[in-house]
Design a protein around this ligand. Structure first.
Ligand code: ADP
Ligand code: MG
Ligand code: MG
Length: 916
């Protein structure tokens, strides 16, 4: 029976003449291009002027590969039948020497795929039929122009590329032919291909054919039928071409999808001054503006518009740019055809309910539609179109929310290099795009220099091999960071992403000479300290000199506001932020954060203003007795309290999760002699004692060492001081008539007994503070971070003590995999290459492993306390896929760095909509 169904199968779908066998919903069978051609030609609301043709289905492609590269039995017969229908509609015959019908062969997979075969136009021309074409068109120049294009495209895409041949003379046959074309233009003293005579083009046809024979060792086929079948076969062959296979791997497109082939009657945009070809969008894809936007070229064919053969003209005034502002618009040049096209584009957008990218050709004043598809757009345009289409009632709220990719929002938040400027410049180096946006600054090679110049208000770019926590201050002051080593999870990348700062890492085509203060580009150019550099962190390109940046103010972006209102209505998951300073908190609140999910107390010991508290912390660390430690803690207290109070105040009653001191103490130990001497003086102990203490603090494996709650267990006075600061800060705010809601969070816990131990301190201090400050009560929660696999597995017993869980997914990933976060650069790239891991688990939650721990933790915890508040904090909170996963697990919130807050909100909304 299976064989019978194969015989009966429909392999060819025709379109044209006001009807079509297929429609838009049949993308899997007809490919994107074929399905949309059918829709445009046949749908009762459209019936657009589409040149007739037919689509050979993707099933033929699958059959072809399942059957040793042969076709189904009746295919040729079916093609002949479909072709004769086209002949009837066009009133011409394929291969006819008097009045030949010419065809195009166009590939078309489900998704548009670079690497698939390029289009071949003018199939059916040979030395005989070209004479018929001349006679009928009365235009020998046009006919030979079409012919030389056929020989070029056929040789390039069918014979060379699809045939898997080595590029002729190392550059490819098309290049050789293009060079020859250029030479002829030069010989004739003309600059445009349209200025060549029929005689010139006729000679080129001959020369092109001999180039093909000479370098590809194949004769250009004269027989029209052979040309057609050769073209179709080449499309199928290109499905398994090297570039297509690679692309499928990257995009995870299944190999068995196959491609369709579209065969379509030619219409000619190169038939003289009343003909043209163009590309247009129903809205501007660069900024989202709601007007028809596009370009066209008179007397041209195929991809000339995009290929930059001549400067294309704008279709209307709105489409003018610097290059084209003096050229005549289609609206002026062909008013009635423009009007028809304009009406069609409006109908298309209404029909598809989305911005369309369309291709058209006008042949001797008659308009034809050659393609339409949903148009690609940048982030700014995506937001604008979604919001406006919703307001125009073209789409509903859910559709609007789904229209914008979460990561596209980044483009709205950051300054960007002016795209026109960028096009004009050549990058001097390329690295990994670690922090998006654009930045301009003077090159500096040390953090100190960055701070120094930064404080003077100068714009600098910090260029280093790699960065470490000591560089944080300089990184903060810099406009952007460029490192030659390190990957997407390196220190520089993480820090930059958190701040929404432009950053390029792993830029190994430059070499830094730190002493001499310059870096060397691949091309041997020296860029010295103090010279200007411009970076595009979205693409990883660096440019010499100053390129203009354009900024966007979110508050002024009404489309963004409209969209985010819809987002907040749709989402169920809360979005908080990781913020360590009042300034971060303010930034995050502006981006819509509903609280702080992670406030790290240790932050006050890094960077600006940290000198005094850091000194006191060091004093505390170096103390050898409880008494000394308590006195140091006492001094430290007021700094901690001030920091916490300011942050609680900014958040105005929204929850602020304050994590108690987490890092191993030795991280704060001074290493330079001067600082040590200062300490020794202050503490009144000898240097040798200090050095011994430092040695004692050394750990072999600090990540698994004396850190987190273990500090609070060994030195309860550290916990006590912090908790006191929290409660006093909160009660002072309450007394000032303000709101405060701290959540005390204990890090790196492994079980309920540790939690109990710390809780006793909290309870004790709470009573003391209430009495001292004379307040009835202070609202707060007591909870735990879940970062060790054991804590997740013990969710039920942990919930007996904790009011909330916050999964610290960075450490949880580290401990679940046993991968050191800081050393992953050594092996992860290979793992990703070999596909031993689908992606970096520190970027997107490993759902089946780490995710399973989270699921267990939540389930067990809520089994004891059904209303247990659960969130995550860590880099993952800003990763759209991870956010969606958290929604599915029923978490209360995710917490991420301030700049990722809008992204997380959008991802949360999309997760809720997808669930419906
Ligand atoms: P792509 O997938 O690269 O967009 P297309 O199949 O759309 O390739 O072909 C590229 C261009 O070739 C089209 O934009 C159009 O200008 C031209 N073209 C394709 N088919 C025809 C045709 N039947 N008549 C005239 N021009 C055509
Ligand atoms: Mg196209
Ligand atoms: Mg941690």
């Amino acid at each position: 029976m299976a064989i019978k169904s194969k015989v009966d199968a429909k392999y060819i779908y025709s379109f044209g003449g006001g009807k079509a066998d297929g429609n838009e919903s049949m993308k899997n069978l007809l490919g994107g291009k074929g399905a949309n051609l059918a829709e445009m030609a046949g749908h009762k609301n459209l019936k657009l002027p589409v040149p007739p043709g037919f689509t050979v289905t993707t099933e033929v492609c699958t059959y072809y590969y399942d059957h040793q590269k042969t076709y189904p039995k009746n295919l040729e017969k079916d093609i002949k039948k479909a072709l004769s229908e086209v002949e009837q509609l066009m009133g011409k015959k394929f291969g006819d020497v008097k009045d030949p019908l010419l065809m195009s062969v166009r590939s078309g997979a489900r998704k548009s795929m670079p690497g698939m075969m390029d289009t071949v136009l003018n199939i059916g021309l040979n030395d005989e039929t070209v004479l018929g074409l001349i006679q009928n068109s009365g235009d020998a120049r046009f006919a030979y122009d079409a012919y030389r294009r056929l020989v070029m495209m056929y040789s390039d895409v069918v014979i060379e590329k699809a045939g898997g041949m080595e590029p002729a003379k190392g550059k490819g046959i098309r290049k050789l032919m293009d060079e020859r074309l250029e030479e002829v233009k030069k010989e004739r003293g003309v600059s445009l291909d349209t200025e060549l005579s029929a005689e010139d083009l006729k000679k080129l046809v001959k020369e092109f054919k001999s180039l093909t024979k000479k370098y590809l060792k194949v004769e250009f086929p004269e027989n029209p039928w052979d040309q057609l079948m050769g073209g179709i076969g080449a499309v199928f062959a290109s499905w398994n071409g090297k570039r297509a296979i690679e692309y499928r791997k990257i995009e995870r497109i299944p190999d068995d999808w196959g491609t369709a082939v579209n065969v379509q009657a030619m219409v000619y945009g190169n038939m003289g001054e009343d003909s043209c070809t163009g590309v247009a969008f129903t809205r501007n894809p660069g900024n989202g503006d709601h007007y028809f936007y596009g370009e066209y070229l008179v007397n041209a064919q195929g991809e000339d518009v995009v290929a930059g053969i001549r400067t294309p003209s704008p279709i209307n005034n709105e489409s003018k740019n610097d290059h084209s502002k003096d050229l005549i618009t289609l609206e002026k040049f062909m008013p009635s055809q423009f009007k028809e096209l304009d009406e069609i584009q409006q109908r298309l957008e209404k029909h598809y309910k989305d911005m369309q990218d369309i291709e058209f050709t006008i042949e001797k004043g008659k308009l034809f539609m050659l393609q339409c598809r949903v148009g690609k757009r940048n982030g700014i345009a995506a937001v604008k179109m979604a919001a406006e289409m919703y307001q125009e009632k073209l789409i509903d709220a859910d559709t609007a929310v789904m229209r914008v990719g979460p990561n596209q929002l980044i483009e709205l938040l950051l300054p960007m290099i002016d795209p026109e400027e960028e096009k004009k410049n050549k990058p001097i180096a390329k690295g990994l795009p670690a922090g998006p946006g654009g930045a301009v600054g003077k090159v500096v090679f040390s953090s100190e220099e960055a701070v120094e110049l930064g404080l003077k208000g100068e714009k600098v770019i910090l260029v280093r091999e790699e960065t470490s926590p000591e560089d944080v201050d300089g990184m903060h002051k810099a406009q952007a960071i460029l490192t030659t080593k390190g990957g997407m999870t390196s220190h520089a990348a993480l820090v930059a992403r958190g701040w929404g700062k432009c950053c390029i890492v792993g830029c190994n085509d430059i070499e830094i000479f730190e002493k001499e203060k310059y870096f060397l580009t691949k091309e041997g150019k020296k860029i010295h300290d103090g010279e200007w550099l411009t970076m595009n962190g979205t693409t990883g390109m660096a440019y010499e000199g100053v390129l203009e940046l354009s900024n966007t103010d979110l508050n002024k972006n009404t489309s963004y506001k409209t969209l985010m209102t819809l987002v907040d209505k749709a989402k169920k998951l809360g979005v908080r932020t990781n913020a360590d300073t009042p300034k971060d908190a303010e930034q995050a609140a502006y981006f819509g954060a509903e609280g702080i999910g992670l406030f790290r107390t240790e932050h006050m010991f890094y960077g600006e203003g940290s000198e005094k508290p850091l000194f006191l912390l060091r004093k505390m660390i170096m103390s050898t007795t409880v008494k000394e430690r308590k006195s140091a803690l006492n001094e430290l207290f007021k700094f901690v309290k001030k920091d916490i109070k300011a942050t609680l105040e900014v958040m105005d009653g929204k929850p602020v999760t304050i994590r108690l001191l987490d890092p191993p103490l030795h991280e704060f130990v001074p290493h330079d002699k001067e600082k040590l001497q200062e300490l020794s003086k202050e503490l009144g102990v000898r240097m040798s004692v200090l050095n011994r203490r430092i040695l004692a603090l050394h750990e072999n494996n600090p990540m698994l060492g004396h850190r987190g709650v273990r500090l609070g267990v060994s030195y309860p006075e550290i916990t006590e001081m912090q908790v006191r600061a929290i409660f006093e800060a909160a009660s002072e705010l309450i007394k000032e008539g303000k709101k405060a809601f701290p959540e005390i969070m204990i890090p790196v816990v492994m079980g309920k007994h540790e939690l109990r131990h710390q809780k006793e301190i909290v309870d004790q201090v709470y009573l003391e503070v209430c009495e001292k400050m004379n307040v009835q009560s202070i609202p707060y929660l007591y909870g735990t971070m879940i970062e060790t696999p054991r804590a997740a597995l013990k969710g039920d017993s942990m919930a007996t003590v904790a009011d909330f869980f916050s999964f610290g997914t960075n450490d949880l990933t580290q401990m679940c995999f046993g991968f050191s976060r800081d050393d992953i650069g050594g092996f992860l790239p290979k793992y990703l290459d070999l596909k031993l891991l689908p992606e970096d688990p520190f970027v997107s939650i490993d759902q089946s492993g780490v995710g399973e721990l989270i699921r267990i933790g939540v389930e067990k915890g809520r089994g004891i306390k059904p209303k247990l508040k659960v969130g995550i904090c860590g880099e993952h909170g800003g990763d759209p896929e991870s956010v969606k996963f958290c929604h599915q697990l029923g978490l209360n919130y995710v917490s991420c760095s301030p700049f990722r807050v809008p992204i997380a909100r959008l991802a949360a909304a999309q997760a809720a909509i997808e669930e419906k």
